[in-house]
Design a protein around this ligand. Structure first.
Ligand SMILES: [Mn+2]
Length: 424
């Protein structure tokens, strides 16, 4: 289903006078409101193809119907999000769940929806139907070189799909590791993995990047072969300048100082980008900003500071993607909420008076530094983010538009109640 520009305008007209009042107020308070709006308008967060269906836990899955049953419908859903918030103009595909049948047709469809193809993701964490060898005991780390070969070849195939689509990065997340002491020789596992990654790296086109994602635990519960940012950075440094460390917010041990990790990776020129989500306990895949919005702001604070120090373009030089898939919300509403949280955190980070913060830090003014951070975080920037969306042609309030137009019901009528998104 397509959203008409007229219906968005009608929605906006109803909300315009209230919005204008709020925006005028904040504009008078914030001198750099215009430059923040410009940056927000350029900023996009990619939507992963696997977040569009209802997620499952190992205990069950409760679909709400109208889910996209194929890649074309997944693109349509991301197009719908992008039409509403104008900040979701990219999709990240997962191979083999989303192999295009016709590259040109799919590229044309993406173009008509204003979408580009973000990083492509390989999958050696599960066995596919018809697959010759099993990844039960790992892929690139495996003691069997035929299994390692199969995993390398899969990644080379993913790169080929990405080239056809115009992607510029390969994201590798390995579930490799061990669940019991003694199961694995750590050094051999590392060396095998490095060997495989080296071959994959050598096949990247010149203008591509390799994003190596780490995760502290799950599905393996004793060791992970790319378990933390130190290990990922070790691989990335050995691989070369096109290899970077990818930070997924949910992939840390509880209470990890992610903002510090980000600051140091950026300093080293090795931060690939982000997989956004939120969590209370582990890799919970909850809506971005639903549990720890202040942490998200502190992370964005380091991102903006680090990117500005290195002269990076906020919108394009790092990879921004949501990586979440949970089981109780309408996935499209969830993604709208997630993108909104990201935009708010980014707006807050842009708003922060860095000269003042630097001065507070230089004089060991602990209270002053906290005041600067928290005053910024407590400033209501929602109307600035809404104004950026309005100027880009999006909806002032995407969720209320989605509900007023009963989009889920329309999708259920179009696709049925039993459709299950591939890959989940
Ligand atoms: Mn991830």
């Amino acid at each position: 289903m397509k959203i008409s520009i007229d219906s968005i305008q009608q929605h906006n007209e109803k909300l315009l006078s209230v919005h204008q009042r709020k925006f005028d107020f904040i504009k008078a308070e914030v001198t750099k409101a215009e430059s923040i709006i410009q940056k927000l308008m350029e900023f996009n967060v990619a939507i992963p193809s696997w977040a569009l269906g209802t997620g499952a836990t190992r205990f069950g899955r409760f679909s709400r119907g109208g889910e996209p049953g194929n890649l074309e419908e997944k693109l349509d859903d991301v197009g719908l999000l992008h039409a509403l918030n104008k900040s979701s103009g990219a999709i990240s595909l997962h191979i083999p769940w989303d192999i295009p049948k016709d590259y040109n047709a799919i590229k044309q469809q993406a173009g008509s929806l204003g979408l580009r193809f973000d990083a492509v993701n390989s999958n050696t964490f599960q066995d596919q139907p018809g697959q010759k060898l099993s990844y039960k005991f790992g892929s690139l780390q495996n003691v069997d070189k035929n299994i390692r070969r199969q995993a390398i070849d899969h990644n080379l195939e993913v790169i080929k799909h990405g080239i056809e689509l115009g992607s510029k990065a390969l994201t590798v997340w390995l579930s490799d590791g061990s669940s019991f002491p003694g199961q694995l020789n750590f050094r051999n596992a590392f060396q095998h993995t490095l060997e495989g990654l080296n071959e994959i790296y050598a096949s990247l086109p010149d203008d591509w990047k390799l994003f190596l994602e780490y995760k502290a635990f799950e599905p393996n519960f004793y060791s992970m072969t790319v378990g933390d940012w130190g290990q990922s950075l070790l691989y990335a440094n050995k691989l070369g300048p096109k290899a970077y460390t990818l930070v997924d917010l949910g992939h840390h041990l509880p209470n990890a100082n992610i903002e510090q990790i980000v600051a140091l990776l950026l300093m080293e020129g090795k931060l690939a980008g982000f997989h956004f989500n939120d969590s209370k306990y582990g890799d919970d895949d909850l809506t971005v900003g639903s549990i720890k919005p202040y942490q998200l702001f502190l992370i964005f604070n380091e991102l903006v500071d680090g990117m500005d120090t290195r002269g990076l373009n906020h919108a394009n030089d790092l990879g921004w993607m949501i990586d979440a898939s949970h089981n109780v919300k309408d996935p499209l509403e969830d993604l709208l909420q997630s993108v909104e949280s990201i935009m708010l955190a980014y707006a807050h980070a842009l708003l922060l008076d860095r000269t003042k913060l630097n001065a507070a830090q230089a004089s060991n003014d602990v209270v002053g530094a906290q005041e600067i951070l928290q005053n910024t975080f407590r400033t209501d920037v929602r109307s600035i983010v809404a104004e950026a969306r309005l100027r880009s042609g999006g909806a002032l309030d995407p969720i209320s538009y989605y509900r007023d137009m009963d989009i889920r019901k329309a999708l259920i009528i179009e696709r049925g109640t039993k459709n299950i998104a591939t890959g989940l």
